[in-house]
Design a binder for this molecule. Structure first.
Ligand code: SF4
Length: 388
């Protein structure tokens, strides 16, 4: 069923439930990888209109949630060296190993929140010659805009602006989830926005390699329902030993098979691929976009020798800062260790299954990153009172 033909939502819902009932499994686990899908599912109450055999599980698609603690530590460290830090709002509230940027800001550090990427260069120009570091966090979707900034800094020789990146790509983490024993996943709702850049073919491997049906979906309620319908019908076919379709791009209007060539060439020009640690999950091979040698002078990691500083001495220094913060502020929430963001990001549990959810952890006092970001599953479930 193509999305354009979905004019009778009740019929779609009935068909989803019909197939769910025909499948001889107690739980049918469908993972939505993107935080925007998690948001739409909760906002439209999609989980409440489909069979309770279908578990719609969040995945690792919230960039702030998967940004590792040491990245925050590095940003806090740079702010202690009289460097201006520019970032988007969500990231400032996420704790590193010692503290968050919001705590650093409360200690008088120059940490500025921007709402659009275009503000970054004008702030750097305004503050010249003071060093400015832009915290660039995201997935394939934001990588072209970040690449554009890096090229502009290079071309216009803006000497005081550098970029600390934490940009990840989707396929490696999906490979990690699907090849591990975290939880049996029956179907995947793939992010339409990533496919717009990287191409619809980007997610074909889910079916080709794992024989798990995958669909590229838009973000409206009816689009997500159409995607679930496609998946559940294919899961049923698989259970019956019938021929599956396997993979479908239902976002074809915006995401062509090969994606946006211009965006891809920008990414290729500026970044290279390396391993990176995902917060709570661990190292994921070939999952990071790192600034390549051509633009290395704009890489804050290299400009400020962060690898060198990020050793025992650094931790000692930061430990002292932490003690200083302790006099006036609670640096890290003591409940942090009980946070189950890792399990939320891997689809092992729903946010409301974390013992801290709502009782201790809420958007005003977030314990883990999944409650901080607007795309974080815990924050979405909290906002829309999703508890099933
Ligand atoms: Fe972590 Fe809070 Fe989510 Fe629990 S509810 S997993 S503590 S962010």
């Amino acid at each position: 069923m193509e999305i354009k033909k979905v004019d009778n939502l009740q019929r779609v819902i009935n068909n989803i439930n019909k197939y769910a009932n025909l499948i001889d499994e107690e739980n049918i686990n469908i993972m939505e990888v993107c935080g925007t899908h998690t948001n739409s599912i909760a906002k439209y109450g999609i989980n409440s209109v489909i069979s309770n055999k279908i578990n719609l599980l969040s995945g690792p698609g919230c960039p702030v949630c998967v940004t590792n603690e040491d990245y925050i530590d590095k940003a806090v460290y740079l702010s202690s060296k009289d460097i201006t830090i520019i970032t988007f709002g969500d990231l400032v509230k996420v704790s590193g190993n010692n503290c968050s940027l919001v705590v650093a800001k409360s200690q008088g550090r120059d940490i500025r929140i921007v709402y659009s990427i275009s503000e970054v260069i004008s702030i750097a120009r305004e503050l010249y010659p003071k060093e400015v570091v832009f915290l660039a966090v995201g997935f394939e979707t934001t990588a072209p805009a970040i690449a554009t900034i890096i090229r502009k800094v290079h071309e216009e020789n803006i000497k005081n602006l550098s970029v600390l990146t934490s940009i990840k790509i989707m396929p490696p983490i999906l490979n990690k989830i699907l090849s591990s024993k975290y939880k049996k996943i029956h179907g995947i709702i793939c992010p339409g926005n990533v496919a717009v850049i990287a191409g619809g073919d980007r997610f074909k491997f889910v079916y080709e390699k794992y024989k798990i049906p995958a669909v590229i979906s838009g973000f409206e309620g009816k689009e997500i329902l159409a995607s679930i319908y496609f998946l559940i019908r294919d899961i049923y076919k698989k259970a019956e030993g019938k021929k599956q379709i396997g993979f479908k791009n239902l976002y074809i209007k915006w995401a062509s098979t090969k994606g946006n060539k211009l965006a891809q060439s920008l990414i290729k020009d500026v970044f290279k691929i390396e391993d990176v640690v995902w917060r709570g999950i661990g190292n994921v091979e070939n999952s990071a976009l790192i600034i390549n040698d051509k633009y290395s002078t704009i890489d804050a990691e290299k400009r400020f020798h962060l690898q060198k500083h990020f050793n025992k001495k650094f931790y000692k220094d930061e430990y002292l800062i932490k003690e200083q913060f302790r006099n006036g502020h609670k640096v890290c929430n003591n409940d942090y260790k009980a946070c189950r963001c890792k399990d939320v990001l891997l689809g092992n549990i729903y946010p409301f299954q974390c013992s801290l959810f709502r009782k201790v952890c809420n958007p005003e006092k977030p314990v883990g990153p999944c409650m901080v970001s607007e795309e974080g599953a815990c924050s979405v479930y909290y906002k829309y009172h999703r508890e099933a």
